[in-house]
Design a protein around this ligand. Structure first.
Ligand code: 0RA
Length: 640
């Protein structure tokens, strides 16, 4: 018997090692790459497990610490990963969780009803990609610990101390493996992590999430007693609201639907959808259910109250979305996502359930709050009228841009090449920088479009107003694709659209505006990888006859030490604006394909800009100013 067990143990053991080896060979398949984004993913994966424990109702505090050496500790006060010996495998449950692929949530009888792990790659994948990983578990009055290196156990699971019997929890510390993660600039971003944890805390009511960054002594605590109602209040903090937040939470057939929404005086829609705490940026059935319920309920109400005066037909979906701030968060025992990267919920039954829950709650709310009902219908009426006006304006723009060469904007300096696979369009802020770019470029394949001033604030303005803005018109006709529903990628006149703005506060602002514009009206352009951001240098460092460009602070220090000179003996000129560089310098540093760095914009980045934009453009001025200044540097280094 012993022999048989040994044999099967060995076979399993080999399987385990092969599994972990596969993760290490192809990290991209498990965590989406080997760059900073993948690094953040490791942290999310570990925290997701603690969130699962909170969703199951056993944990109410999670603490994340980023250490100076790049290791991260995640501690929770859940039940603790089980440490008992698995009868078939002869090793501890903890070791299985840490070493067997996909062992995570499915393990044991205490398995969860709901799991947050997006890709479900589990702790074992993080373990495999970590130089070392230490787990400490408090259970049954003991403190257990085990250490792993590159996925393999290097110590036995052992008792290292005592704890009060009622004190339980899991503490995990890991350091990513530098032989696997080889991208540049592999430092955790506090703001990225913070954003994600804030969302997690909002949609996991009653859990507090504490984030400490020991590198610069920053900390943040998230606890939202009001769950997603607080989330909506937070999003609308700078907006004028039309009624109190409507909130409903209900469980039907094991699916919990949690929805909160509120209409405001804004024009854009701010709607976020979550499935098992994952921000499903591509929406899905929960979002569709919410939207159709809103439209239907408002139409029913408006008809019943005879409020639809001059609009002959019912409201369309888009009429009921203007100024809407909403969160829909569902918890499902078996969520189906469209794919690993594009996060979209697919379970069909969720649509019906969400729709039903929202219909009931919203009808009831409107019955009880006639003045709110009236304001909401008024708002929809305004946008229905605007929609009709916008269609006319849009048709005009699209027809015009079809006549391509006739309507190419005067300020566009076009290139001679016609094959869009070879061409580039630089969107440059300001006339003086535009002038340098025009002189510095390779006119064979590089076109320049200078944009004056700030293009229209796209949240505050309606589509037809945006389209009548001269800067935007110039941009649309230069691109040749049309806009919104009429967007057609085959008309695109340039293969690369490159946003080139100053490395200062205004530059960051204009970049956010442009990203938001592309995100809202030309999403396909981003999805198909055509949108880029140029990276102008921050400094020029000269000493004796040598000079070099530095793109970051760290770059500057590296160049100084390479030249073997101190700050005060070298000549360091700081570029504040593109206009400060002469055409030759601009070409060398930022436009020459052989030398430049281009950041490709991914849809997540644009979505983040869109969110930032929401924040920037909310009505109140003081917080906006502060945000722009403190975040300018981060936005500059937009991680793509
Ligand atoms: C499986 C079963 C049980 C707890 C856990 C996993 C668990 C995993 C993690 C990962 C991070 N923190 C965690 N906390 C708990 C329940 C075992 C029982 O019934 O006590």
């Amino acid at each position: 018997m012993a022999e048989k067990n040994n044999l099967s143990y060995e076979a399993k053991d080999i399987q385990v090692l092969e599994g972990l080896e596969a993760v290490r060979r192809r990290p991209g398949m498990y965590v989406g790459g080997t760059d900073i984004r993948a690094l953040h993913h490791l942290v999310y994966e570990v925290v997701d497990n603690s969130i699962d424990e909170a969703l199951a109702g056993y944990c109410d505090a999670i603490e994340i610490i980023i250490h100076e050496d790049g290791s991260v500790t995640v501690t929770d006060n859940g039940r603790g990963i089980p440490v008992d010996i698995h009868p078939q495998r002869g090793i501890s449950a903890l070791e299985i969780v840490m070493t067997v692929l996909h062992a995570g949530g499915k393990f044991g009888d205490g398995g969860y009803k709901v799991s947050g792990g997006l890709h479900g790659v589990g702790l074992s994948a993080v373990n495999a990609l970590s130089e070392w990983f230490e787990v400490e578990v408090k259970r049954d009055g003991n403190v257990y610990a085990q250490r792993f290196e590159r996925g393999k156990p290097v110590t036995q699971l052992k008792v290292i101390g005592k704890a009060p019997k009622d004190e339980t929890g899991t503490k995990q510390t890991f350091k990513f493996d530098e032989t696997i993660f080889t991208g540049e600039d592999l430092v955790y971003r506090f703001s990225t992590l913070m954003q994600r944890f804030r969302e997690m805390a909002f949609v996991t009511k009653g859990v507090s999430i504490y984030l400490l960054d020991e590198r610069e002594d920053r900390e943040m605590n998230f606890y939202f007693e009001g769950g997603i109602t607080s989330f909506v209040r937070y999003l609308n903090r700078n907006r004028k609201t039309v009624h109190p937040v409507v909130h409903v939470e209900k469980e039907i057939d094991d699916v919990t639907v949690d929805v909160a929404f509120q209409y405001t005086d804004a024009y854009a829609e701010s709607v976020y959808a979550f499935a098992n705490t994952i921000n499903t940026i591509d929406g899905g059935t929960h979002l569709t259910g919410l939207r159709s319920a809103l439209t239907r309920t408002i139409n029913d109400y408006a008809n019943k109250q005879k409020l639809l005066k001059d609009v002959d037909s019912n409201f369309k979906g888009e009429d009921t979305r203007e100024g809407l701030t909403a969160i829909v968060s569902i918890k499902h025992p078996d969520p189906q996502f469209e794919s690993q990267t594009k996060v979209k919920l697919m379970n069909p039954e969720v649509q019906t359930i969400t729709q039903q829950v929202v219909n009931d709650a919203f009808s009831l709310f409107l019955e009880g709050n006639p003045s709110a009902g009236k304001s909401i219908v008024e708002k929809c009426l305004t946008s229905a009228r605007a929609r009709q006006a916008a269609r006319k304006a849009r048709d005009l723009v699209i027809r015009k841009s079809a006549l391509e060469s006739l309507t190419l904007p005067g300020k566009l300096a076009d290139c001679s090449e016609r094959n869009p696979e070879k061409t580039e369009l630089y969107i440059v802020e300001g006339d003086s920088a535009g002038g340098s770019a025009k002189q510095g470029r390779d006119r064979h394949f590089q076109a320049i479009l200078p944009l004056r001033g700030k293009i229209l604030n796209t949240e505050r303005a309606r589509l037809h107003k945006i389209l009548s803005n001269n800067e935007v018109k110039a941009l649309i006709s230069a691109l040749g694709t049309g806009i919104g529903e009429g967007f057609d990628l085959t008309g695109l006149r340039y293969g690369r659209i490159i946003i080139m703005t100053d490395a200062d506060v205004d530059g960051a602002h204009i970049r956010t505006l442009l990203l938001t514009f592309f995100f809202r009206y030309m999403q396909t352009l981003i999805e198909s990888g055509h949108l880029y951001i140029a990276q102008p240098p921050l400094y020029r460092v000269s000493y004796r006859k040598k000079s070099e460009y530095a793109y970051t602070e760290a770059d500057k220090d590296a160049i100084l030490s390479q030249l073997g000179v101190s700050d005060d003996r070298a000549t360091i000129s700081r570029y504040k604006g593109l206009g400060e560089m002469n055409p030759q310098q601009l070409w060398e540093t930022t436009m020459d394909p052989a030398e430049r760095t281009l950041l490709q914009v991914a849809i997540e980045d644009a979505a983040e800009a869109d969110r930032t934009f929401d924040m920037l453009m909310g009505a109140a001025v003081p917080p906006r100013r502060r945000f722009i200044i403190t975040h300018a540097q981060e936005v500059r280094n937009l991680d793509i």
